[in-house]
Structure formats: structure tokens, C-alpha cells
Design a binder for this molecule. Structure first.
Ligand code: ATP
Ligand code: MG
Length: 562
């Protein structure tokens, strides 16, 4: 297969892959990798990278590896490795038998470093970290060579072996590439290749006390896996000459090609792992799967589908310039998906009791309700009507403005799938004046199929029968960061000032239709007239818990205008 799926537009990366296939730069091969560091859970930004790497492999008949980039042992854990695998699978991608760890290459990487020393292309420096920083120079001034730069090859080999043997403290020495301290590209001013770090690695334990830097490990790991196109984010653009230098000097067989693309930034949230850790550890959210987080675990719990996330990533596309994508686009993607797939049900979030006075006490009617008007194959279900029902508090106003077409005294509305009712009385708390319940009458001829079925009224309300409804808690989410002062959370040094105090509202006394008793956690529904909701694993026998995935209509446009 040498042409991509028609479904995908040709971006600059795919264009490059096509050109490389034509010129046979890597023969007929396309081999990518997704290389997360197992130091946190994946977020929607990673999804973009996953969709890109696995997507390109799939479209061009190639392969994509999952590689855990575990060269920085201080923050890495097996827990994250497991979670990463789970999330990549959930998104719909498969690395088959190609799960790799950079730590599997530690011995080979060490031997490559030895080769560089032998070629006179690397040396052991014994300046302190601070001195190295000072010697590096600035964007406008060249760096200065370290006094240790011209150690003999023998001295370097001996010192590097002793570094490995654990003879030195952290920071006592560092292995550096010998490139050019005057290079206009600071990354080429003798970058560090190996550091001494006496820490336990979650896979290799105490075996190593020297660890390769990203700039050394990454190109070589790519090459050891025969990667053809190494896709990474823009901040590595200036590292590309170093990437190429490492592969050239180590004389690998098949030098892979690094290509950079703009990272995904989303408005009104935070995405850097450091900040996500902070949010979780400081208790601003309830763990990594909090539905307010842009983590894949959070989005999944919130009700996002893998399809919607993949569509979103495809729509965002890949570009060479950084930008901030509005949350509205992500929400559009899930609405579009759930509109097609989610069964409709009726749920009342803030219940107001309605007594239908002329409806016979004790009578129960079963009514047909359509599960999904977008998908007739989802069929119909039975719902129950009785003398007392709940409607939404906001669907009643005692003293309504002109265009209020819902219920008010004397006004008639249709109950979805049932009858027209008219409000004939309002019961209030004598002390507070609060509306406690409504008294209505119904017109028995107006049932669907009845003689007056077609009689038109302006408003249709959702409702549930009091004696049949089941109790539910609904968690309504707003953005994690306040909508004012928009912009990406990733630009903020300190997001605390912008945490939205209303990011979670718990509605504790909701009532939902009885059929939901059978629903299993993770099921998604449209609550008619309100939005999409997903059953949370916190649900119990006695209380269903729903997360609001997204309201039916875009609320961001309104926020933008304010
Ligand atoms: P963070 O800045 O959140 O810590 P990271 O880049 O350090 O992210 P890694 O685990 O190294 O996290 O990322 C694995 C892969 O995912 C890398 O190839 C990286 O370029 C890509 N990636 C990470 N964040 C984004 C993003 N926001 N958009 C696109 N790709 C991303
Ligand atoms: Mg990284």
C-alpha cells in the first residue's frame, strides 16, 4: 500500500512519508514509534501523537512500536507503564509484539558511548553542573571549552568505566559529546550524553548508576528499532542536528529521520505532566481519572469515546506552528459521535413534583419511547406514566417572560411521548414562598395516536414518573480553568489563580427513568433536552452516578461573547 487512505488529508508529514517511499529512502518501509516516558498518565496531547504514529503506520502498511522511554529513573513507575498500554489500546491501536523499553538498550547505548570516546568524539568532563552552564555561553556569545576537553582517549575510557562502576558521586563527572563549543546551536556545544545518578530504576534496579540523556538515547533507540520516521514535537527541532550527529558518529545502519510537529494545546486546561501531577497531588481533582482532566483516563470516565478522540485528532491535523485549540472542537467531536450512538432517556436533574389531578390514582400507562431518532435500529423502549411525575424546576415559571414556552399557570405543554398538561395550581411553602409542587390536568385525547394527538403546543417537557423513577447523582463539569483570560493552561507558570471554583457541581437528587437500572458503568446516554451523560463506576445498587460528558449545545460560543 503506497497511498494513504482517502479518508486522511495529506499533511506535511504524510507528504514526507510518501516522498520517502517514492525515493525508497528506507526501501518500502514505514516504521514509527510512540515513545512515552512512564512518569505519568497519558493525556489528549499524547493522543495526537498516538493517532499520528499509529495512524501513519496503518495507512502506509507499516509498523508502529510502543516504546517506554525510561531513561530518567527518578519519576518512572511500572504503574504508568500499565496505564499507558491500557490507554493506547483503548484508543484503538495495537503495537502487537513490539513493546520496547529504552532501558533494554542500556548496555548497547553504553557501548555506543565507548565507541564515541574511542573516536575522540566524546570526553569525560569534571566541571560542576554550574560551571558547565557558565561555560556553555549564551545565544549571542560562544561557549568556552572545558579544561577537561582534551583528556586522552585512555583517560576518558578509564574514567567512563569507573563512572559505570559506581566510583563517583552524582555530578562528579559527565560524559559529553565533543562537537563545537562555538556552535550557534547551543545543543551542539558539547551536550551531555551520560550522567551519574545513583538511583534505583524500576526495571534495571541497581544495575546502572550512569544514565544516558534523552538526546543520546532517543536517536539510538530509534535506530535499534529500525524506525524510519521519528515524529516528535517542535521543541526538539533545534535538537535535530544533534540527533543526526549521534546517528552519524555512531555509524548506525539505518539512520531514522526526525520530523517535528506542533504539540496540541487545549484552551482552559493544563496538559503538562508536571502540572497534572500537581493538580492530583494537591487534591484539586480526584485522581488522574477525574473527569475534569484532559487525561485519557479522565476523558474516558467523562464519557468520551475513542472514536471521538481520534476524529478530534484528525481534525486538528498536524502543523508546523504552535496554536491553542479550543475545547469547543473537542466537545463538537464527542457530540457528533454520541448523537449517532447514544440512546436517549429522560432524566430530571432538579426535580419539581407535578400532580396530574384528573389522572386516575393507581393507574399506570406504558408508553413507547424512541431510543434514538438518528438510528432506528436502536428500536423503542417502554416508559411509565402515573399520576405524579417530576419535571425540571427550570421548566416552570410562575411569572414567565413573553417567550417562555414551558409550563406556567394556565399554560399548556406536551409531556414527551405522552399527553398535554395544563398547570392549574401551584403549591408553595407558606413560610418561604418556594414552589413545592404543581397541580395540573391532562387532556386524555392528546396521547400519541389519540384524536387530539396533533394538537400543537409550543413546549415539550421531559419528565419521569415519581413512583417509577430511580435516584441518581449527576456530576456536572465546567472547565478546569476559569473561562476569563482564555489561553492555554500550558502557558501559565502558576495555574492556581485560574482554577475554576465551579468546575464540579454535584446534583444529588436527580431522578431518571427506570430502565437505567440495568445500565453498566461506562454506558453513555443522551438525557433528552440536556446533554450526554456517562454512568460512573462510583454507582451503587441504590444510587446511580452520572458524569455529564457535554451539554447538548455549545456553551463556549456564549462564553466567548460575554
Ligand atoms: P509533558 O510535557 O506533558 O510532560 P512529554 O512530551 O514530556 O509531555 P512524553 O511522555 O515524553 O511526554 O511524550 C510522549 C510522546 O508524546 C512524545 O513523542 C511527545 O512528543 C508526544 N506528546 C506529548 N505531549 C504532546 C502534545 N501536547 N501534543 C502532541 N504530542 C505530544
Ligand atoms: Mg518527553
Amino acid at each position: 500500500m503506497s497511498s494513504p487512505d482517502q479518508h486522511f488529508s495529506i499533511d506535511f508529514i504524510r507528504a514526507k512519508v510518501i516522498a520517502d517511499l517514492e525515493s525508497q529512502k528506507f526501501g518500502k518501509r514505514v516504521h514509527t514509534r510512540f515513545p512515552p516516558e512512564p512518569n505519568g498518565h497519558l493525556h489528549i496531547g499524547h493522543a495526537k501523537s498516538i493517532c499520528l504514529n499509529f495512524g501513519i503506520a496503518r495507512e502506509f502498511g507499516g509498523l508502529c512500536n510502543l516504546r517506554l522511554d525510561d531513561t530518567n529513573p527518578t519519576k518512572e513507575h511500572m504503574e504508568y507503564v500499565t496505564s499507558i498500554q491500557e490507554d493506547v489500546r483503548w484508543l484503538g491501536f495495537d503495537w502487537e509484539d513490539r513493546l520496547f523499553y529504552a532501558s533494554d538498550y542500556f548496555e548497547q547505548l553504553f557501548q555506543y558511548a565507548v565507541i564515541l570516546i574511542q573516536k575522540g568524539k566524546a570526553y569525560v568532563d569534571s566541571l560542576t553542573a554550574e560551571e558547565i552552564r557558565l561555560y556553555r555561553g549564551t545565544l549571542t556569545e560562544p561557549g568556552k571549552e572545558s579544561p577537561h576537553r582534551n583528556r586522552t582517549i585512555e583517560d576518558n575510557l578509564a574514567l567512563f568505566a569507573r563512572m559505570r562502576a559506581g566510583e563517583f558521586e552524582n555530578g562528579a563527572h559527565v560524559l559529553r559529546a565533543k562537537i563545537d563549543m562555538a556552535s550557534p546551536n547551543i545543543n551542539l556545544r558539547d551536550p551531555a550524553l551520560y550522567r551519574i545518578r545513583h538511583v534505583t530504576h524500576f526495571r534495571t534496579g541497581e544495575v546502572w548508576c550512569v544514565y544516558p540523556t534523552y538526546d543520546f538515547a532517543h536517536p539510538l533507540s530509534d535506530s535499534l528499532e529500525d524506525i524510519t520516521h521519528s515524529l516528535c514535537t517542535l521543541e526538539f527541532e533545534d535538537h535535530r542536528p544533534l540527533y543526526d550527529w549521534v546517528l552519524r558518529e555512531c555509524a548506525v545502519n539505518c539512520p531514522s529521520q526526525q520530523i517535528e510537529f506542533a504539540r496540541l494545546n487545549l484552551g482552559h486546561t493544563v496538559m503538562s505532566k508536571r502540572k497534572l501531577h500537581q493538580l492530583v497531588e494537591e487534591g484539586h481533582v480526584n485522581g488522574w481519572s477525574d473527569p475534569r482532566l484532559p487525561t485519557l483516563k479522565g476523558l474516558r470516565r467523562r464519557g468520551y469515546t475513542p472514536e471521538a478522540i481520534r476524529n478530534f485528532c484528525e481534525r486538528v491535523g498536524v502543523a508546523k506552528r504552535d496554536s491553542v485549540i479550543e475545547m469547543a472542537l473537542l466537545e463538537h467531536a464527542i457530540r457528533e459521535d454520541l448523537n449517532r450512538s447514544a440512546p436517549r432517556v429522560m432524566a430530571v436533574l432538579r426535580p419539581l413534583r407535578v400532580i396530574i389531578e384528573n389522572y386516575p390514582a393507581g393507574q399506570v400507562e406504558e408508553l413507547d419511547a424512541i431510543n434514538n431518532p438518528e438510528d432506528p435500529s436502536q428500536g423503542k423502549r417502554r416508559i411509565f406514566l402515573s399520576r405524579e411525575i417530576f419535571i425540571e424546576q427550570e421548566d416552570f415559571m410562575e411569572d414567565p417572560p413573553k417567550k417562555f414556552f414551558r409550563l406556567s399557570p394556565g399554560q399548556e405543554v406536551r409531556l414527551r411521548y405522552a399527553y398535554l398538561i395544563r398547570c392549574v395550581g401551584v403549591d408553595k411553602n407558606p413560610q418561604t414562598g418556594e414552589v413545592m409542587s404543581l397541580r395540573c390536568t391532562y387532556d386524555p385525547d392528546t396521547k400519541s395516536g389519540g384524536t387530539q394527538a396533533s394538537r400543537k403546543v409550543k413546549g415539550t417537557l421531559h419528565w419521569v414518573s415519581v413512583s417509577h423513577a430511580i435516584s441518581a447523582e449527576v456530576r456536572v463539569y465546567e472547565s478546569l480553568l476559569t473561562p476569563v483570560n482564555s489561553g492555554s493552561g500550558s502557558d501559565l507558570q502558576d495555574f492556581h489563580m485560574q482554577l475554576n471554583p465551579h468546575s464540579l457541581t454535584v446534583l444529588a437528587s436527580c431522578k431518571v427513568e427506570s430502565g437505567l437500572r440495568q445500565a453498566i458503568p461506562g454506558s453513555r446516554f443522551q438525557f433528552e433536552r440536556q446533554g450526554y451523560f456517562c454512568l460512573d463506576p462510583d454507582s451503587t445498587q441504590n444510587l446511580l452516578v452520572f458524569n455529564r460528558t457535554v451539554p447538548l449545545r455549545d456553551t463556549w460560543a456564549k462564553i466567548g461573547k460575554e
